[in-house]
Write a protein that binds this ligand. Sequence first.
Ligand code: UDX
Length: 438
Amino acid sequence: MRIAMIGTGYVGLVSGACFSEFGVNVVCVDKDVTKIEGLRDRGEIPIYEPGLDQLVASNAAAGRLSFTTDLAEAVRSADAVFIAVGTPSRRGDGHADLSYVYGAAREIAAAMDGYTVVVTKSTVPVGTGREVERIIRETRPDADFDVVSNPEFLREGSAINDFMRPDRVVIGTESERARAVMRQLYRVLYLIETPILFTALETSELIKYAANTFLAAKITFINEMADLCEKVGADVHDVARGIGLDGRIGRKFLHPGPGYGGSCFPKDTLALVKTAQDAGSPLRIIETVVDINTRRKRAMADKIIAFMGGSVEGKTVAVLGLTFKPNTDDMRDSPSLDIVPALQAAGVTVRAFDPEGMAEAAKHLSGVEYAENAYQCMDGADALVILTEWNEFRALDLARARTLLREPVVVDLRNIYNPEDMEAQGFRYSSVGRRQIG
Ligand code: UDX
């Protein structure tokens, strides 16, 4: 089998590398010459994702994975062409911007040769697959092809494992011929008994949004519950465990925090809200989730300021973690993008450290001092704020932190420390949905 992967962003590169690991011949295509040259000539991975560099290197060396800017050449010899280009939120109205997807469809149509399965891997609103089908037919009335929706459910930081050992694979198409090609591509997953769900095109497209918005709602539920816990003296982790052990609820995605961020949840919740409104069937739960999460990120700065005594003008805050989650350099819709500017607006000097995200953060945040490590970050600061739960922040030398900080104030928005331990170490400690110390 040969496939072309159009778009070597996060989804395209991970999926391309993983398919090649499955034994498929993969050509990854991108318009960005520098990116392709870096990948092809120097094995340079444009994103940070654990394990991806070795996976790319070994499959490229084995001749199963290659990189090109020549879309037509890659498509011509492919049994299946995956569209994995970006679908950012359109400025102004929150709809997904599909211009890259449709542009790719036109180029694919012009180049395809023989029966070709065209697969949308990017997260695309319901109806996009049909439009891709229409565009291809319009561009090449003689083309022999089927359009399939095959959404990804990869989490950044564990994307390779999620691709190799998924909970399920969803494949949306009415064509038996296309299903056979997809079965062949995912052959390895049949061997490990992964459920492979075949649905209609539109259903598959909606499953992706339904999954992401459900998870966003689950996080938002526990975040609001955390706020209530603080008010009534309950512990949100015990609540999460107490409800999560009920198999109907499930234990995952009940970890409270500063609000969800990242490349998917904020964009997908917004896009589904718009789709539902346009369809005359509004999703009021998700509309509320979007609203709560947006306010929450801003409210976190107020929480920090209040815990620091209310007046923070001229103070320095050490921020550990800027990315939206650990093990990534991704800053998209990270809570830090709301929290840091709000602290600065209140007169705070923000000094930050993030193991992988500082270069990216510098493009989005201004006036931040960047430290070389966690301890340099907190040296002389009036408070320590934990925004992302990187492993190295879970194991800080607290006695050292206590001596470096000007005031023993810690605001832990990811709940990676225990209130009891922090109390014993002499800190004033605030977290999310738990007893506050001091
Ligand atoms: C998500 C989906 O999990 C994945 O299936 C989809 O394909 C893309 O979007 P990702 O954005 O990489 O993946 O990260 P994820 O681990 O799901 O976290 C998303 C956000 O929710 C992060 O900001 C994270 O901090 C937050 N989160 C997650 C919580 O606040 N609490 C939780 O319990 C889980």
